[in-house]
Design a protein around this ligand. Sequence first.
Ligand code: PRP
Length: 181
Amino acid sequence: MPTRPYVIDEMISAKQIAARIEELSREIAHEFSDTDKLVVVGLLRGSFVFIADLVRELDLAVEVDFLEASSYGNAMESSREVKILKDLRGAIEGRDVLVVEDIVDTGHTLFHVIGLLKARKPRKLRTIALLDKPSRREAPIKADWTGFEIPDEFVVGYGIDFAQRNRNLPFIGKVRFTDDG
Ligand code: PRP
């Protein structure tokens, strides 16, 4: 539970997100136009809202699968260990795969997950992140599609939590602490 009082200021509206997803879906459908079935992989838990909206905009035959990764260690250190807590249900060898992430921050999570999935020999592997904080990057990775590049702000909503809260906000908001602490 959050221990300091805070308010949330809207940063990216639900309408802006929906418009961007429409654009991205068209690009993704074009990229995978030769695919008979795309496997869309959501990284739990933060991507659950984004993937739900994204797949409903995609004019393609899709399968949906999920993977849960957790990164451990001191966030101030550049080497972090990423552990798989829940693996995919299905095999991806020879398949076309789109990995869906809510936010790329240091990049360790996506970097590790991509390495793991590449080793399974998919035909094509692409990545999409709703948000990107390039100023925080430590691992050499960039998603193939990004919804919005943002500055190093503490963001919540649309799947992203603050101490497991606020994932259900329909927009991306910025946390502002009100105790000046
Ligand atoms: C968050 C977010 C990304 C990851 C990005 O996940 O959902 O998966 O961190 O950070 P990175 O680029 O520095 O690796 P978190 O571990 O908080 O789990 P959650 O998705 O369950 O909220």
